[in-house]
Ligand binder design. Structure first.
Ligand code: WTA
Length: 636
């Protein structure tokens, strides 16, 4: 596949891709192995929406990740796995070894009764078996739904039920820094309320002996002994489902974003190659968890489709000390490193000696993803990690976009701190005003939308196409709406400001305000709640919850803890509210709508410009809220 190597070439390629999108993507797609070529490159309308790429084409994505490389790269490293504990032995898998493992694993799934189209939920630590399980599903045409192993049993059950998963894949336990977490027990709890699940496949990570339900639970090790290392790849239609990944939106429960085989393959492979500019012998490291889309696209699919060596890390940035990332980079000679701004900010808070102890001279490209990067973090990353010589690619994209949409390309594009930059070839972003009218001039700000499909655009939300339509394609006619606000500078470079809907981005993880409120309201002492995001120095955004309790309930720190515990139980530790403020009432309009704008301002400590409060049912409520916030919020 061709890699863009100069900015002029980018400009020309971009122009071509816009003028002749079908030819452009058809050319890219022709570099892959298809069992049958497509009949048409693209058919689409954003109204229903109905989007098909490479219609009639047949392929298997794992053949393109594994089989295709066996001849020229069979002995090349495909995956390097670094364990949580630096003293434990790492694992290296060549393309040939990975191929065999995936085939064998796929046969295990088959022996458990998994068939093409069945949903398999994967709730696993960051160990090689996780990557293998994902590919094993793809090998036989089962639809994987990976759920981040930090979600609670309750959240896991919701996702299993929504997808009607037949099999769950997990492990005995997992390591996270100094802690060990009993993952299998979480699955057992979840399965108390899941009827669709017939089998559970368990990897042995910690050598524990969890309860195993007879007939349902199986150890992977035992099953592997019974199957062969050969497994033909299931021929898939380009538009057959590859995976579901749940993500939070502004309303209701999380939705299952659906990606399909052909378009996702073409787009993740193309963007990986061009954004990170990997050379054949490079080692690429994306520090995300495979439970999020970044891990799907840039730990597993993108790198392996390109025959690259991808590093998978089980641990956390601060264990055993805050130099861990840099130690791992030196240990393996990592060339491209891709992480989240929240991790950078967390590490910035520690002594700089943790970075300076390592040479980091293998690094060529640095990347960030998941949330806006502030300038201070950008400069720290650039100077101390990149030693001023590595470009930073600030990659803007979403679970729904499947791959990077706006970003620099290695050292090919000009860069500007805190700016994602220019759209990738084939991507047509627009800024629109409140009415959905396109703002064409530069040096402006608006809502970010996309006006033409790219190959890995979401196809639907699982089991509820109308929700997909309402969420993404109804805000503005004939546009995909991202939910983000953005600026465009004089040179046409984009800077993403953040969400403009009721989504809070905590440490790069998305939560809907409604989702957290529903969780809080499960507490029997709570009448009602409203949550908003506020700027947080490390997490990007923190969660501020305003809570009304039932009459007669004593308000104290214990109650605060209890409410936090409710959220942990309903969603997981990752969604813990940073602040709980008990209030007598919430600012509501006469029609009963909570005016979050006011709550946001108060949480930000900016109470001088609350705007018009005259439309409130009870304007006095606001004074109480401001007063109550005094002990929690630093007033600006
Ligand atoms: C935000 C992660 C600023 C944005 C790949 C988006 C970013 C949401 C950036 C998607 C970036 C992601 N700069 N903001 N480089 N990348 N975002 O689905 O608000 O977990 O809508 O996908 O993260 O988060 P998601």
């Amino acid at each position: 596949m061709h890699t863009i190597s100069t900015f002029e070439e980018y400009q020309k390629t971009y122009q071509d891709s816009i003028e002749r999108p079908e030819q452009f993507w058809g050319d890219v797609a022709s570099h892959f192995q298809w069992k049958k070529t497509w009949d048409s490159v693209l058919e689409w309308n954003f109204e229903e929406p109905h989007i098909t790429w490479f219609k009639g084409g047949k392929l298997n994505i794992t053949e393109n990740m594994l089989d295709r490389h066996l001849e020229s790269r069979g002995n090349k490293l495909a995956i390097i796995w670094e364990p949580n504990d630096p003293k434990e032995k790492f694992v290296r898998l060549t393309y040939k070894e990975l191929y065999e493992r995936v085939c064998q694993y796929a046969n295990v799934l088959k022996s458990l009764g998994v068939k093409k189209g069945d949903r398999v939920c994967i709730y696993m630590p960051m160990i090689p078996d996780l990557a293998v399980a994902v590919m094993a599903c793809a090998r036989i045409g089962a639809v994987h739904s990976v759920v981040f192993a930090g979600f609670s049993s309750h959240a896991l059950a919701d996702r299993i039920n929504d997808a009607q998963a037949k099999v769950v894949i997990t492990s005995d336990g997992l390591n996270r820094g100094a802690k060990q977490i009993p993952v299998k027990r979480v699955v057992d709890e979840a399965l108390l309320s899941c009827e669709s699940v017939e089998k559970v496949l368990v990897s042995n990570r910690l050598g524990w002996i969890p309860a195993m339900k007879k007939g349902r639970d199986h150890w992977l090790e035992d099953e592997l002994k019974l199957v062969s290392k050969e497994c033909p790849a299931e021929p898939m239609d380009a538009e057959d489902l590859l995976f579901i990944l749940y993500t939070s939106g502004s309303t209701g429960k999380p939705k299952g974003v659906v990606h399909t085989c052909g378009g996702y393959m073409v787009y993740t492979a193309y963007t990986f190659q061009n954004v990170f500019q990997c050379k054949e012998s490079d080692i690429f490291w994306c520090s995300a968890d495979i439970g999020w889309v970044t891990g799907h696209s840039y730990i597993i699919y993108g790198p392996l489709l390109n025959g690259a060596t991808t590093l998978m890390f089980e641990g956390v940035p601060t264990y055993p000390d805050p130099g861990r990332f840099w130690q791992v980079i030196d240990k393996y000679g990592v060339n491209q490193f891709y992480t989240a701004p929240t991790a950078i900010r967390a590490l910035m808070a520690h002594s700089i000696d943790h970075v300076l102890s390592y040479s980091l001279d293998s690094l060529k490209v640095l990347g960030t993803v998941g949330e806006p990067i502030n300038e201070e973090a950008w400069h720290w990353y650039h100077l101390h990690v990149g030693k001023g010589r590595c470009p930073i690619v600030d990659t803007w994209w979403q679970t729904e976009t499947g791959g990077v949409m706006i970003s620099g390309l290695g050292n090919v594009s000009p860069m500007k701190p805190a700016h994602a930059g220019y759209p990738l070839p084939g991507v047509q972003p627009v800024l629109v005003d409140q009415e959905g009218k396109e703002i064409t001039e530069n040096n402006t700000e608006g809502y970010l939308a996309i006006k033409f499909p790219w190959p890995s655009i979401l196809r639907t939300t699982y089991g509820d196409h109308n929700r997909c339509k309402l969420t993404y394609f109804s805000a503005y006619k004939n546009l995909y709406f991202t939910g983000d606000g953005a600026k465009r500078d004089d040179n046409g470079m984009y800077r993403i400001i953040g969400r403009v809907d009721d989504v809070i981005n905590v440490s790069g993880h998305r939560f809907g305000t409604a989702e957290i409120e529903n969780a809080i309201n499960q507490n029997k002492k709570v009448v009602e709640s409203a949550v908003v995001g506020y700027p947080h120095s490390i997490k990007g955004q923190g969660i501020h919850a305003y809570v009304i309790t039932k009459p007669g309930i004593e308000i104290n720190d214990l109650l605060r803890e209890e409410i936090i515990e409710t959220v942990v139980h309903q969603i997981g530790k990752i969604a813990k509210p940073e602040r709980i403020q008990f209030v007598e009432g919430l600012p509501k309009t006469r029609s009963g709508k909570i005016m979050r704008r006011i709550l946001r301002k108060v949480a930000e400590g900016d109470t001088r410009s609350l705007g018009d409060t005259s439309t409130l049912l009870d304007p006095l409520v606001v004074d109480d809220i401001i007063k109550g916030a005094e002990s929690l919020v630093v007033v600006r």
